[in-house]
Ligand binder design. Structure first.
Ligand SMILES: NC(=O)C1=CN([C@@H]2O[C@H](COP(=O)(O)OP(=O)(O)OC[C@H]3O[C@@H](n4cnc5c(N)ncnc54)[C@H](O)[C@@H]3O)[C@@H](O)[C@H]2O)C=CC1
Ligand SMILES: CC(=O)C(=O)O
Ligand SMILES: [K+]
Ligand SMILES: [Mn+2]
Length: 356
Protein backbone atom coordinates (compact mmCIF):
# COMPACT_ATOMS: atom_id res chain seq x y z
CA UNK A 1 0.00 0.00 0.00
CA UNK A 2 1.41 3.38 -1.02
CA UNK A 3 0.64 5.89 1.71
CA UNK A 4 0.79 9.66 1.41
CA UNK A 5 0.69 11.93 4.46
CA UNK A 6 -1.19 15.07 3.54
CA UNK A 7 -1.38 18.27 5.58
CA UNK A 8 -4.84 19.75 5.06
CA UNK A 9 -5.40 23.48 5.55
CA UNK A 10 -8.99 24.42 4.61
CA UNK A 11 -8.22 28.06 5.55
CA UNK A 12 -10.95 30.66 5.26
CA UNK A 13 -14.35 31.13 3.62
CA UNK A 14 -15.26 28.62 0.93
CA UNK A 15 -11.95 26.82 1.55
CA UNK A 16 -13.85 25.27 4.45
CA UNK A 17 -16.59 24.11 2.07
CA UNK A 18 -14.62 22.83 -0.93
CA UNK A 19 -11.76 21.09 0.90
CA UNK A 20 -13.78 18.52 2.91
CA UNK A 21 -15.74 17.34 -0.16
CA UNK A 22 -12.53 17.10 -2.17
CA UNK A 23 -11.02 14.80 0.45
CA UNK A 24 -14.00 12.48 -0.06
CA UNK A 25 -13.29 12.48 -3.78
CA UNK A 26 -9.60 11.73 -3.12
CA UNK A 27 -10.57 8.83 -0.86
CA UNK A 28 -12.88 7.46 -3.55
CA UNK A 29 -10.16 7.60 -6.18
CA UNK A 30 -7.70 5.95 -3.77
CA UNK A 31 -10.21 3.12 -3.25
CA UNK A 32 -10.49 2.66 -7.00
CA UNK A 33 -6.73 2.42 -7.26
CA UNK A 34 -6.71 -0.17 -4.50
CA UNK A 35 -3.08 0.26 -3.49
CA UNK A 36 -3.13 3.87 -2.45
CA UNK A 37 -4.02 5.60 0.81
CA UNK A 38 -4.06 9.20 1.98
CA UNK A 39 -3.57 10.06 5.66
CA UNK A 40 -4.89 13.54 6.42
CA UNK A 41 -3.83 15.81 9.26
CA UNK A 42 -5.92 18.95 9.42
CA UNK A 43 -4.63 22.32 10.60
CA UNK A 44 -7.03 25.15 11.53
CA UNK A 45 -4.64 27.91 10.43
CA UNK A 46 -6.70 30.78 9.08
CA UNK A 47 -7.94 34.27 9.90
CA UNK A 48 -10.02 32.79 12.74
CA UNK A 49 -6.81 31.29 14.12
CA UNK A 50 -5.20 34.74 13.84
CA UNK A 51 -7.98 36.33 15.89
CA UNK A 52 -7.31 33.85 18.66
CA UNK A 53 -3.49 33.63 18.51
CA UNK A 54 -2.31 36.86 16.86
CA UNK A 55 -0.65 34.94 14.02
CA UNK A 56 -1.75 32.87 11.05
CA UNK A 57 0.14 29.73 12.12
CA UNK A 58 2.27 28.67 15.09
CA UNK A 59 5.99 29.54 15.21
CA UNK A 60 6.90 25.95 14.35
CA UNK A 61 4.20 25.67 11.66
CA UNK A 62 6.64 25.43 8.77
CA UNK A 63 8.66 22.81 10.65
CA UNK A 64 5.46 20.82 11.24
CA UNK A 65 4.44 20.94 7.57
CA UNK A 66 7.89 19.86 6.39
CA UNK A 67 7.15 16.29 7.49
CA UNK A 68 4.29 15.81 5.03
CA UNK A 69 4.31 14.47 1.47
CA UNK A 70 2.03 17.27 0.31
CA UNK A 71 -0.07 20.20 1.48
CA UNK A 72 -3.70 20.51 0.37
CA UNK A 73 -4.97 24.03 0.96
CA UNK A 74 -8.28 25.77 0.25
CA UNK A 75 -7.94 29.54 0.41
CA UNK A 76 -6.74 32.20 2.81
CA UNK A 77 -8.31 35.57 3.48
CA UNK A 78 -11.08 37.25 5.40
CA UNK A 79 -10.50 40.96 4.82
CA UNK A 80 -13.24 41.94 7.27
CA UNK A 81 -11.14 40.71 10.18
CA UNK A 82 -7.50 40.56 8.99
CA UNK A 83 -5.88 42.74 6.30
CA UNK A 84 -5.20 40.61 3.21
CA UNK A 85 -1.46 41.31 3.07
CA UNK A 86 -1.11 40.13 6.68
CA UNK A 87 -3.11 36.92 6.24
CA UNK A 88 -1.59 35.93 2.90
CA UNK A 89 2.02 36.70 3.84
CA UNK A 90 1.52 35.00 7.20
CA UNK A 91 0.47 31.67 5.74
CA UNK A 92 0.04 31.12 1.99
CA UNK A 93 3.05 33.08 0.76
CA UNK A 94 5.09 32.03 3.78
CA UNK A 95 4.60 28.37 2.81
CA UNK A 96 5.36 29.04 -0.87
CA UNK A 97 8.64 30.79 0.05
CA UNK A 98 9.78 28.60 2.95
CA UNK A 99 9.32 25.45 0.90
CA UNK A 100 10.91 26.92 -2.24
CA UNK A 101 7.76 26.28 -4.24
CA UNK A 102 9.28 28.24 -7.06
CA UNK A 103 6.77 27.37 -9.77
CA UNK A 104 3.00 27.67 -9.81
CA UNK A 105 1.45 25.58 -12.58
CA UNK A 106 -2.02 26.65 -13.63
CA UNK A 107 -3.80 24.95 -16.53
CA UNK A 108 -6.94 26.18 -18.30
CA UNK A 109 -8.79 24.44 -21.08
CA UNK A 110 -12.11 24.29 -22.79
CA UNK A 111 -14.11 22.18 -20.34
CA UNK A 112 -16.77 19.75 -21.51
CA UNK A 113 -20.26 20.80 -20.49
CA UNK A 114 -19.33 24.33 -19.54
CA UNK A 115 -20.55 27.36 -21.35
CA UNK A 116 -17.46 29.48 -21.90
CA UNK A 117 -18.31 33.20 -22.01
CA UNK A 118 -16.31 33.26 -25.25
CA UNK A 119 -18.35 33.09 -28.43
CA UNK A 120 -15.66 30.92 -29.94
CA UNK A 121 -13.57 29.06 -27.34
CA UNK A 122 -12.01 26.86 -30.07
CA UNK A 123 -11.04 24.03 -27.74
CA UNK A 124 -8.24 26.02 -26.08
CA UNK A 125 -5.81 24.13 -23.83
CA UNK A 126 -3.04 26.09 -22.12
CA UNK A 127 -0.84 26.08 -19.03
CA UNK A 128 0.51 29.13 -17.29
CA UNK A 129 3.88 28.59 -15.59
CA UNK A 130 3.91 31.33 -12.98
CA UNK A 131 7.16 32.27 -11.28
CA UNK A 132 6.20 31.75 -7.63
CA UNK A 133 9.10 32.83 -5.43
CA UNK A 134 9.92 36.44 -6.24
CA UNK A 135 8.97 39.12 -8.79
CA UNK A 136 6.35 41.71 -7.95
CA UNK A 137 5.25 39.73 -4.87
CA UNK A 138 7.84 41.35 -2.66
CA UNK A 139 8.25 42.72 0.84
CA UNK A 140 11.10 44.97 -0.25
CA UNK A 141 10.22 48.61 0.20
CA UNK A 142 8.42 50.65 2.78
CA UNK A 143 6.15 53.52 3.68
CA UNK A 144 7.32 56.78 5.16
CA UNK A 145 5.73 60.09 6.21
CA UNK A 146 2.06 60.73 6.76
CA UNK A 147 -0.74 62.61 5.06
CA UNK A 148 0.03 64.63 1.95
CA UNK A 149 3.70 63.66 2.13
CA UNK A 150 3.21 59.94 2.47
CA UNK A 151 5.40 57.80 0.21
CA UNK A 152 5.13 54.09 -0.61
CA UNK A 153 8.01 52.29 -2.32
CA UNK A 154 7.57 48.75 -3.57
CA UNK A 155 10.48 46.95 -5.22
CA UNK A 156 10.11 43.94 -7.46
CA UNK A 157 12.86 41.33 -7.29
CA UNK A 158 13.95 39.40 -10.38
CA UNK A 159 16.94 37.07 -10.00
CA UNK A 160 18.72 35.30 -12.82
CA UNK A 161 18.28 31.97 -11.02
CA UNK A 162 14.56 32.43 -10.37
CA UNK A 163 13.79 33.71 -13.84
CA UNK A 164 15.82 31.00 -15.58
CA UNK A 165 14.25 28.32 -13.42
CA UNK A 166 10.72 29.34 -14.44
CA UNK A 167 11.65 29.55 -18.10
CA UNK A 168 13.47 26.23 -18.15
CA UNK A 169 10.42 24.60 -16.55
CA UNK A 170 8.16 26.13 -19.21
CA UNK A 171 10.35 24.91 -22.10
CA UNK A 172 10.62 21.40 -20.67
CA UNK A 173 6.85 21.32 -20.23
CA UNK A 174 6.33 22.52 -23.80
CA UNK A 175 8.44 19.59 -25.06
CA UNK A 176 5.85 17.25 -23.54
CA UNK A 177 2.98 19.23 -25.04
CA UNK A 178 2.62 21.11 -28.31
CA UNK A 179 6.11 22.61 -28.28
CA UNK A 180 5.30 26.28 -27.91
CA UNK A 181 6.21 28.80 -25.20
CA UNK A 182 4.88 32.33 -24.91
CA UNK A 183 6.62 34.86 -22.67
CA UNK A 184 4.51 37.42 -20.82
CA UNK A 185 6.53 40.60 -20.78
CA UNK A 186 6.09 44.34 -20.33
CA UNK A 187 9.48 45.59 -21.41
CA UNK A 188 8.00 48.69 -23.00
CA UNK A 189 6.86 50.15 -19.68
CA UNK A 190 8.89 48.41 -16.97
CA UNK A 191 12.40 49.70 -17.51
CA UNK A 192 14.71 47.22 -15.77
CA UNK A 193 13.13 43.94 -14.76
CA UNK A 194 11.21 43.23 -17.96
CA UNK A 195 14.06 43.86 -20.42
CA UNK A 196 16.02 41.51 -18.11
CA UNK A 197 13.14 39.02 -18.34
CA UNK A 198 13.29 39.25 -22.16
CA UNK A 199 17.07 38.67 -22.14
CA UNK A 200 16.73 35.53 -20.03
CA UNK A 201 13.90 34.31 -22.27
CA UNK A 202 16.00 34.84 -25.39
CA UNK A 203 18.99 33.06 -23.83
CA UNK A 204 16.86 30.13 -22.71
CA UNK A 205 15.17 29.62 -26.05
CA UNK A 206 18.57 29.14 -27.73
CA UNK A 207 18.83 25.86 -25.80
CA UNK A 208 15.49 24.57 -27.09
CA UNK A 209 15.60 24.47 -30.87
CA UNK A 210 12.52 22.20 -30.96
CA UNK A 211 10.34 24.73 -29.19
CA UNK A 212 8.59 27.58 -30.99
CA UNK A 213 8.31 30.84 -29.10
CA UNK A 214 6.39 34.10 -28.95
CA UNK A 215 6.61 37.08 -26.68
CA UNK A 216 3.74 39.47 -25.99
CA UNK A 217 3.34 42.40 -23.67
CA UNK A 218 1.02 41.43 -20.84
CA UNK A 219 -1.69 43.89 -21.84
CA UNK A 220 -2.02 42.45 -25.35
CA UNK A 221 -1.57 38.92 -24.01
CA UNK A 222 -4.45 39.38 -21.56
CA UNK A 223 -6.63 40.47 -24.46
CA UNK A 224 -5.55 37.45 -26.56
CA UNK A 225 -6.65 35.17 -23.69
CA UNK A 226 -10.15 36.48 -24.43
CA UNK A 227 -10.06 36.79 -28.21
CA UNK A 228 -8.01 33.72 -29.20
CA UNK A 229 -6.88 31.53 -26.30
CA UNK A 230 -6.38 28.59 -28.67
CA UNK A 231 -3.07 30.07 -29.89
CA UNK A 232 -1.40 29.34 -26.52
CA UNK A 233 0.33 26.21 -25.29
CA UNK A 234 2.67 27.09 -22.37
CA UNK A 235 2.88 30.65 -21.10
CA UNK A 236 5.70 31.71 -18.78
CA UNK A 237 4.91 34.69 -16.59
CA UNK A 238 6.18 36.59 -13.59
CA UNK A 239 4.45 36.19 -10.25
CA UNK A 240 1.92 39.01 -10.70
CA UNK A 241 1.33 38.62 -14.43
CA UNK A 242 0.77 34.88 -13.93
CA UNK A 243 -1.61 35.61 -11.07
CA UNK A 244 -3.76 37.87 -13.21
CA UNK A 245 -3.63 35.71 -16.36
CA UNK A 246 -4.85 32.65 -14.47
CA UNK A 247 -7.98 34.33 -13.15
CA UNK A 248 -8.73 35.12 -16.80
CA UNK A 249 -7.94 31.47 -17.58
CA UNK A 250 -10.63 30.47 -15.09
CA UNK A 251 -13.07 33.02 -16.43
CA UNK A 252 -12.80 31.84 -20.04
CA UNK A 253 -13.38 28.24 -18.94
CA UNK A 254 -16.64 29.44 -17.42
CA UNK A 255 -15.77 30.24 -13.80
CA UNK A 256 -12.78 31.01 -11.66
CA UNK A 257 -14.29 28.37 -9.35
CA UNK A 258 -13.00 25.52 -11.51
CA UNK A 259 -9.39 26.65 -12.06
CA UNK A 260 -6.74 24.43 -10.38
CA UNK A 261 -3.15 25.12 -9.34
CA UNK A 262 -0.03 23.46 -7.95
CA UNK A 263 2.83 25.17 -6.11
CA UNK A 264 5.79 22.96 -6.93
CA UNK A 265 8.99 22.48 -4.96
CA UNK A 266 11.41 21.56 -7.73
CA UNK A 267 14.47 20.56 -5.68
CA UNK A 268 12.69 17.83 -3.72
CA UNK A 269 13.71 19.28 -0.36
CA UNK A 270 10.24 20.25 0.79
CA UNK A 271 6.60 19.35 0.14
CA UNK A 272 4.65 20.93 -2.70
CA UNK A 273 1.31 22.63 -2.05
CA UNK A 274 -1.93 22.17 -3.92
CA UNK A 275 -4.52 24.98 -3.81
CA UNK A 276 -6.93 26.23 -6.45
CA UNK A 277 -6.62 29.58 -8.21
CA UNK A 278 -9.62 31.13 -6.49
CA UNK A 279 -9.70 32.79 -3.07
CA UNK A 280 -12.01 32.46 -0.09
CA UNK A 281 -15.00 34.09 -1.84
CA UNK A 282 -16.52 35.84 1.18
CA UNK A 283 -19.43 36.97 -1.03
CA UNK A 284 -20.80 33.42 -1.29
CA UNK A 285 -19.34 31.77 1.81
CA UNK A 286 -21.86 29.98 4.03
CA UNK A 287 -24.43 29.32 1.30
CA UNK A 288 -23.05 25.91 0.36
CA UNK A 289 -22.90 26.84 -3.31
CA UNK A 290 -19.15 27.17 -3.92
CA UNK A 291 -18.00 25.26 -6.97
CA UNK A 292 -15.85 22.35 -5.74
CA UNK A 293 -14.30 21.63 -9.16
CA UNK A 294 -11.30 23.96 -8.70
CA UNK A 295 -10.35 22.13 -5.51
CA UNK A 296 -11.09 18.68 -7.00
CA UNK A 297 -9.07 19.38 -10.15
CA UNK A 298 -6.32 20.59 -7.79
CA UNK A 299 -6.48 17.16 -6.13
CA UNK A 300 -5.93 15.70 -9.60
CA UNK A 301 -2.79 17.82 -9.90
CA UNK A 302 -1.62 16.36 -6.60
CA UNK A 303 -2.18 12.86 -8.02
CA UNK A 304 -0.13 13.83 -11.09
CA UNK A 305 2.62 15.07 -8.78
CA UNK A 306 2.64 11.70 -6.99
CA UNK A 307 3.08 10.07 -10.42
CA UNK A 308 -0.49 8.80 -10.51
CA UNK A 309 -1.31 10.63 -13.74
CA UNK A 310 -3.51 7.82 -15.07
CA UNK A 311 -5.65 8.01 -11.94
CA UNK A 312 -5.70 11.78 -12.21
CA UNK A 313 -6.98 11.54 -15.77
CA UNK A 314 -9.77 9.18 -14.69
CA UNK A 315 -10.79 11.73 -12.08
CA UNK A 316 -10.87 14.70 -14.43
CA UNK A 317 -12.74 12.72 -17.11
CA UNK A 318 -15.46 11.91 -14.58
CA UNK A 319 -15.62 15.54 -13.41
CA UNK A 320 -16.14 16.63 -17.04
CA UNK A 321 -18.83 13.98 -17.60
CA UNK A 322 -20.69 15.00 -14.46
CA UNK A 323 -20.52 18.65 -15.51
CA UNK A 324 -21.64 17.77 -19.02
CA UNK A 325 -24.66 15.96 -17.52
CA UNK A 326 -25.74 19.19 -15.82
CA UNK A 327 -24.59 18.68 -12.23
CA UNK A 328 -23.50 22.26 -11.67
CA UNK A 329 -23.22 24.95 -9.01
CA UNK A 330 -24.79 28.39 -9.68
CA UNK A 331 -21.55 30.05 -10.89
CA UNK A 332 -21.68 27.82 -13.99
CA UNK A 333 -25.42 28.08 -14.46
CA UNK A 334 -26.63 25.23 -12.26
CA UNK A 335 -28.75 24.91 -9.13
CA UNK A 336 -26.78 22.36 -7.17
CA UNK A 337 -24.86 22.65 -3.93
CA UNK A 338 -21.17 22.03 -3.36
CA UNK A 339 -21.97 18.75 -1.64
CA UNK A 340 -24.41 17.54 -4.32
CA UNK A 341 -21.85 18.06 -7.09
CA UNK A 342 -19.06 16.36 -5.14
CA UNK A 343 -21.34 13.44 -4.16
CA UNK A 344 -22.27 12.93 -7.80
CA UNK A 345 -18.57 12.88 -8.73
CA UNK A 346 -17.90 10.25 -6.04
CA UNK A 347 -20.80 8.02 -7.05
CA UNK A 348 -19.99 8.39 -10.75
CA UNK A 349 -16.39 7.37 -10.01
CA UNK A 350 -17.67 4.32 -8.17
CA UNK A 351 -20.13 3.42 -10.95
CA UNK A 352 -17.61 3.97 -13.77
CA UNK A 353 -14.96 1.89 -12.09
CA UNK A 354 -17.52 -0.54 -10.59
CA UNK A 355 -16.89 -0.33 -6.89
CA UNK A 356 -19.73 -1.49 -4.65
N1 LIG B 1 -4.70 31.56 -2.92
C1 LIG B 1 -5.47 32.18 -2.04
O1 LIG B 1 -5.63 31.72 -0.92
C2 LIG B 1 -6.15 33.42 -2.46
C3 LIG B 1 -6.77 34.18 -1.53
N2 LIG B 1 -7.48 35.28 -1.91
C4 LIG B 1 -8.19 35.99 -0.83
O2 LIG B 1 -9.57 35.62 -0.91
C5 LIG B 1 -10.38 36.72 -0.46
C6 LIG B 1 -11.39 37.10 -1.55
O3 LIG B 1 -10.69 37.56 -2.69
P1 LIG B 1 -11.37 37.91 -4.08
O4 LIG B 1 -10.51 38.89 -4.72
O5 LIG B 1 -12.81 38.19 -3.86
O6 LIG B 1 -11.21 36.57 -4.97
P2 LIG B 1 -12.03 35.21 -4.95
O7 LIG B 1 -11.35 34.28 -5.89
O8 LIG B 1 -12.21 34.72 -3.56
O9 LIG B 1 -13.49 35.58 -5.52
C7 LIG B 1 -13.68 36.26 -6.76
C8 LIG B 1 -15.09 35.97 -7.29
O10 LIG B 1 -15.13 34.61 -7.75
C9 LIG B 1 -16.13 33.89 -7.07
N3 LIG B 1 -15.61 32.55 -6.76
C10 LIG B 1 -14.36 32.25 -6.34
N4 LIG B 1 -14.26 30.94 -6.13
C11 LIG B 1 -15.45 30.39 -6.41
C12 LIG B 1 -15.96 29.05 -6.38
N5 LIG B 1 -15.21 28.01 -6.01
N6 LIG B 1 -17.26 28.86 -6.72
C13 LIG B 1 -18.01 29.88 -7.11
N7 LIG B 1 -17.60 31.17 -7.17
C14 LIG B 1 -16.32 31.41 -6.82
C15 LIG B 1 -16.41 34.67 -5.79
O11 LIG B 1 -17.70 34.42 -5.32
C16 LIG B 1 -16.16 36.10 -6.23
O12 LIG B 1 -17.33 36.63 -6.81
C17 LIG B 1 -9.39 37.84 -0.14
O13 LIG B 1 -9.11 37.76 1.23
C18 LIG B 1 -8.17 37.49 -0.94
O14 LIG B 1 -6.97 38.01 -0.45
C19 LIG B 1 -7.62 35.64 -3.21
C20 LIG B 1 -7.01 34.91 -4.20
C21 LIG B 1 -6.19 33.76 -3.88
C1 LIG C 1 -2.81 35.69 -3.83
C2 LIG C 1 -3.28 35.25 -5.13
O1 LIG C 1 -4.22 35.76 -5.67
C3 LIG C 1 -2.59 34.18 -5.77
O2 LIG C 1 -1.49 33.85 -5.35
O3 LIG C 1 -3.11 33.65 -6.75
K1 LIG D 1 -6.49 29.30 -3.29
MN1 LIG E 1 -4.65 34.95 -7.61
Amino acid sequence: MKTYDIAVIPGDGIGKEVVPVSLKVLDTIAEIHGGLKFNYTEFPWSCDYYLEHGKMMPEDGIQTLSNFNGIFLGAIGNPNVVADHISLWGLLIKIRRSFEQSINIRPAKYFKGLRSPLVNPNDFDLIVVRENSEGEYSEVGGRIHKGEDEIAIQNAVFTKKGTERAMKYAFELALQRRGHVTSATKSNGIFHSMPFWDDVFNETKQKYSDVQTSSYHIDALAAFFVTRPEIFDVIVASNLFGDILTDIGGAIMGSIGIAPAANINLNGKYPSMFEPVHGSAPDIYGQGIANPIGQIWTAKMMLDHFREAELGKKLLDVVEDVTNDGFKTPDIGGKMSTIEVADEICSRLQKTYSLS
